[in-house]
Design a protein around this ligand. Structure first.
Ligand code: NAP
Length: 249
């Protein structure tokens, strides 16, 4: 029996990058997966096709996590398709980088609304189902930037630090209902989000990583799978850095 047989997982922002790797990993271990996306329908359908081609179960569902009603609808679509929701991975996220003194209100709001309020809205919607079922695992994708900060990313760092506080509060609040909540804090991972870095920036970043390289979506997915699975059944409220040794907190 595979780790996620008979489990239902919902992964936000699973059309590309880390979210796609997480969806593929959970499905490869037996989960029925809802592949959420905002605008990249074709990419999300490709992820679903890859899962189905491998003998798994998946559907693509469009929803913008900045819209609380859409978050409720996304959870409902999961229930309609698969009957329950065991695992929620809050992965959807954006960057709008800029130096503090030049950062616009719009760039601040966009990042906080997507990366923090989106996690809150999804978690609130999913918690109702999980608390009733008296089982569930929520994994939030934070970032090392939320732990250490980063020049040019005040909005992103604030949102990702907020995700850690939210994770720990949810872990405390839902533990009595057997619902766990943890965070993964990736370092620099090869995705569209980091593709815009220059070679000089990449070298500077890699030199600050003990393992000397960027990570992959699969590296993050492996940690998410552990926390989401019963193997992590005594782990809640934790932040697991998957950063090749950038932070040693
Ligand atoms: P990515 O390649 O840019 O993909 C972002 C994903 O989020 C896409 O699937 C996108 O959907 C989705 N998304 C964006 N806004 C959304 C919204 N409002 N509603 C629903 N989905 C939305 O990013 P990534 O690098 O894989 O990052 C995934 C997560 O890991 C993010 O939370 C990011 O902050 C975090 N992270 C990344 C790194 C890194 O080095 N890459 C490091 C630490 C943490 P569409 O395709 O439909 O636009």
């Amino acid at each position: 029996m595979a780790r996620f047989d008979e489990k239902v997982a919902l992964v936000t922002g699973a059309s590309r990058g880390i979210g796609a790797a997480i969806a593929l990993r959970l499905a490869s271990e037996g989960a029925a997966v809802v592949v959420n996306y905002a605008g990249s329908r074709d990419a999300a359908v490709s992820v679903v096709d890859a899962i189905v081609a491998g003998g798994g179960r998946a559907i693509a569902v469009q929803a913008d996590v900045t819209d609380p009603a859409a978050c409720t609808g996304l959870v409902q679509s999961t229930i309609d398709a698969y009957g329950t929701l065991d695992i929620l991975v809050n992965n959807a996220g954006i960057t709008r980088d800029g130096l503090l003194v030049r950062m616009s209100d719009e760039d601040w709001d966009a990042v906080l609304t997507t990366n923090l309020t989106g996690v809150f809205s999804m978690t609130r919607a999913a918690a109702k189902v999980m608390m009733k079922a008296r089982t569930g695992s929520i994994v939030n994708i934070s970032s090392v930037v939320g732990i250490a900060g980063n020049a040019g990313q005040a909005n992103y760092a604030a949102a990702k630090a907020g995700v850690i506080g939210l994770t720990r509060s949810v872990a405390r609040e839902l533990a009595s209902r057997n619902v766990r909540c943890n965070a993964v804090a990736p370092g620099f991972i090869e995705t569209d989000m980091t593709a815009k870095l220059t070679d000089a920036q990449r070298e500077a970043i890699a030199s600050g990583v003990a393992l000397g390289r960027f990570g992959s979506g699969e590296d993050v997915a492996a940690a998410v799978a552990f926390l989401a699975s019963d193997e992590g059944s005594y782990v809640t409220g934790q932040v697991l850095a998957v950063d090749g040794g950038m932070t040693f907190a």
